[in-house]
Design a protein around this ligand. Sequence first.
Ligand code: ZN
Length: 93
Amino acid sequence: MSTDLCRCGCGRPVKYPRLRLADACYKRWSYRGFPQDVPPAEHGGNDGRRSERLEDYRELREWRQTPEAAAARLGVRPSTIRRYERALEAGAA
Ligand SMILES: [Zn+2]
């Protein structure tokens, strides 16, 4: 019945109640080495599902998965992966 939302402000439902973090946000936080402040979602906005997939893709990319393998894994088309790729390049300075 709880509809707690992630404390980073991304609007995703909480996955870890004690931390008040969504799944992707916990991953992002852990990836940064658990800084005192949870880093905000870089690709926020109202399309939570897309940014979650983008986070997943970012992770697959770090594991050096090919775009084709990542597309199959995420259940998206290769053209979507190319869009994620551009989004990540634009967002990651
Ligand atoms: Zn969040």
